[in-house]
Design a protein around this ligand. Structure first.
Ligand SMILES: [Zn+2]
Length: 302
């Protein structure tokens, strides 16, 4: 399972209908939380997402609409008795902010919280798990800000059923074939794995571009992604305002997705002045047809 669930798609101001940025990435059994705007805990509860399965939290930058929900969530996990380690990645100042909040409350978390700072203009691998790896890259925003790329590996080889039958391999052995095992027949002949399987299919990739001005330097990080999330704070008639505030417009996001040959574009981080979101789609789709709104509570399979 590889999917992104949107918990918040608004910029800056929370409204009763739309929340500040937060997304849950499901990577088989593990969850990664990307940004943690105010209200994220409530959204996790609303959409019945199990907090205990979150292993990594990535914070793109330190504007409040991307992390003001974090201390509450960290505290709740502790009150719920979590003992599993939690890994937090963010610009370095966040470590001191959390430490001060805990210190003033005379609180100690029940579980080990490991903080890893995102520094400067660096890009590269952030961490690896059994089924996936995550890398990061800088975006261009008013303060230091980072995007994240999730690469889901496929471990299982692809079975060629007619070949497996031809060698009289029992179906009960098929799952071991997919794991790469050879098969020893009763007559003593060995069926090599690559006679009956093909290499695993290529993995899939989701790229989260956080907050950014229109920035073609990000294109190599997005190149060929199965799905890319790009902010569209404003519609196209606000291009100058978007640039002044280091944000992007609908058409700019679509242009980046197209230039990077992405397969699908998700748009979000809408300014709270917009009550109707359809115009964002109407502006993106002529440039990049496979565009969808990042709608709260919806899971998009990657
Ligand atoms: Zn921002």
């Amino acid at each position: 399972m590889f999917a992104v669930t949107i918990l918040g798609n608004n910029s800056a101001l929370p409204t009763p209908e739309r929340h500040p940025t937060a997304q849950i990435i499901t990577l088989n059994e593990q969850l990664v939380l990307v940004d943690c705007g105010e209200g994220t805990q409530v959204q996790l509860a609303r959409y019945k997402i199990r907090r205990s399965r979150i292993r990594h939290i990535l914070i793109s930058h330190l504007h409040g609409d991307h992390y003001f929900g974090l201390i509450g969530l960290l505290n709740t996990l502790s009150m719920l008795g979590r003992t599993e380690p939690l890994f937090l990645y963010a610009p370095p100042e966040l470590e001191a902010i959390i430490a001060l909040q805990l210190q003033c409350a005379a609180s100690v978390l029940n579980y080990p919280l490991t903080f890893k700072p995102l520094l400067g203009e660096n890009a590269g691998l952030l961490f690896q798990e059994k089924d996936y790896e995550v890398s990061f890259f800088p975006t261009r925003h008013r303060i230091a800000c980072y995007g994240f790329s999730f690469n889901m590996r496929r471990r299982k080889r692809k079975l060629i059923p007619e070949q497996a039958r031809a060698y009289e391999i029992p179906a009960s052995f098929y799952s071991q074939l997919q794991e790469g095992a050879d098969y020893l027949r009763k007559d003593g002949t060995l069926v090599h794995n690559d006679w009956v399987t093909l290499p695993p299919e290529p993995g899939k990739r989701y790229v989260y571009c956080a907050d950014t001005i229109y920035n073609e330097e990000m294109i190599p990080h997005i190149q060929g992604a199965d799905m890319v999330y790009h902010e569209t704070t404003y519609l196209q008639d606000q291009t100058q305002k978007a640039a002044d505030r280091f944000h992007s417009t609908s058409v700019e996001a679509a242009t980046i997705a197209k230039a990077a040959n992405a397969k699908k574009l998700l748009i979000g981080h809408f300014s709270s002045k917009y009550t109707e979101l359809q115009p964002f789609l109407d502006e993106c789709r002529p440039v990049f047809p496979n565009t969808d709104l990042a709608e709260e509570g919806v899971s998009y399979i990657i």
